[in-house]
Ligand binder design. Structure first.
Ligand code: PMP
Length: 430
């Protein structure tokens, strides 16, 4: 069992200077028993090393972005090379044009693109653009989907599809929440009901085309097509939040893989190769509403910063090589099959949702395809599982709602080692 003494010592110092000891609440271990989070010293390929020199096979992948593993030589070189020529200019670069061309070639619905610095910013801006274009105020989103921490998306569902939202965070005004209607994912009837109730007030329907925020949940056959149809009949726009999904399951967006096209798309995470990034874009006639061409304002000192552009290009160059996603699929299947075998062997009440190199273990008998089912899974079992793994060398997110992410650096040996550790946890801790 790992010793975490130095992590504990550092975290007690962190508590005195950084609010809650973490710079993002999802890094806290509050949901899994409240221990001190492991403090990381370095990452290398598929591994993280903490300040006590423990090694972890890393499936957190920084909540998704690190799909090429830690400190990938090509991304490292791209960043070092760019920084030797300056970090930030506040003026256009050839790099940002090259990167935009690469994104547009991979996801053609982004007829025009803008780079920002986080997924939160990207989604927040698509909503403003949609409101500016349609001259309507309300949006519809789906229960359990996370879209960053801007006011409009920190809104909880009302009691039904015809009910307005309520603030899901202190500081979000009731008036803002009343512009948001939240309906269950994979439930087209609820969407129809919300649209029929609020009709010409709805600027956009915002959706993760494949959910990554209550585990990996795929849309039912025809669901996204129906979202498009219902929204467009109502002259509302469709926004895809592809912050997790872009370049995760295939080269391009989930939209390309699934053959459905939104009006606007937000991206982040993977496209920055591990650096801070967001991007949004979509139909030309809609994007033309954005300043300096149009009346919808969005700006940023760091937007399109050369380090992120250089890292992003390098990352996409790694991912566009033939066979990358096939290998993620092969290892993903190996991990899923191995976990399912252990779940059966040790009689654990759990099942798995997986797509290519991303999976979630749900501690429940039911197949999870909406948020309510994910919420009902066994948090105590997850907590036992998480702590068992973190004490033996496997890093996953400290939340039952998050996914495991494979990287291009994981190997079959890593999967085997992971399965041995999981077996030890099931055998001794369950
Ligand atoms: N959208 C989705 C689907 C996300 O998963 C996240 C972050 N987990 C965001 C938006 C927000 O991105 P960021 O944390 O970069 O602001």
């Amino acid at each position: 069992m790992y010793n975490h003494d130095k992590s504990k010592e550092l975290q007690s110092k962190a508590d005195d200077v950084i609010l809650g000891g973490v710079n993002s609440p999802s890094r806290s271990y509050k949901a899994v028993g409240g221990g001190a989070p492991v403090v990381i010293n370095r990452g290398e390929g598929a591994y993280l090393y903490d300040v006590d020199d423990n090694r972890y096979i890393d499936y957190l992948a920084a909540y998704g972005p690190v799909i090429t593993g830690h400190s990938h030589p090509r991304i490292h070189e791209a960043i070092v090379e760019q920084s030797s020529r300056g970090i930030l200019y506040g003026a256009p670069t050839a790099l940002e044009i090259q990167f935009a061309e690469k994104i547009k070639a991979a996801v053609p619905s982004l007829e025009r693109v803008r780079f920002v610095n986080s997924g939160t910013e990207a989604v927040m801006t698509t909503i403003r653009v949609a409101r500016g274009y349609t001259k309507r105020n309300k949006i519809i989103k789906f229960e359990g989907c996370y879209h960053g921490h801007s006011d409009l998306v920190l809104v909880a569902a009302g009691s039904g599809p015809s009910q307005l939202g309520t603030p899901d965070s202190a500081g979000v005004p009731k008036g803002v929440a009343e512009d948001v209607i939240t309906v269950p994912f994979n439930d087209i009837d609820s969407l129809k009901e919300a649209i029929s109730h609020f009709g010409d007030e709805i600027a956009a329907v915002l959706v993760e085309p494949i959910v990554g925020n209550f585990g990996i949940v795929e849309p039912h056959e025809g669901f996204l097509e129906a979202v498009n149809e219902v929204a467009h009949e109502n002259n509302s726009l469709v926004i895809y939040d592809e912050v997790i999904t872009a370049f995760r399951f295939s080269y391009g967006g989930a939209q390309n893989m699934l053959g459905v096209t939104p009006d606007l798309t937000a991206m982040g995470k993977i496209i920055g190769g591990g650096t801070p990034i967001g991007a949004y874009g979509g139909r030309l006639d809609i994007m033309e509403g954005v300043a300096p061409l149009g009346p919808t304002y969005q700006a940023g000192t760091m937007a399109g910063n050369p380090l992120s552009m250089a890292a992003g290009i390098a990352c996409l160059e790694i991912l566009e090589k033939p066979g990358v996603y096939q290998e993620l699929e092969r290892l993903g299947k190996m991990l899923e099959d191995g976990l399912l075998k252990l779940i059966k062997q040790y009689n654990i009440k759990a099942n798995i949702n997986r797509l290519v190199g991303a999976l979630t273990i749900y501690f429940t008998d039911e197949k999870v395809d909406n948020y309510k089912l994910a919420e009902a899974t066994d948090g105590e079992a997850f907590s036992k599982f998480f702590n068992g793994l973190i004490n033996r060398g496997v890093m996953i997110a400290p939340s039952k709602y998050e996914a495991w992410f494979l990287t291009t650096e994981h190997t079959a040996e890593d999967i085997e080692e992971t399965l041995n550790i999981v077996e030890d946890v099931f055998k001794n801790d369950f």
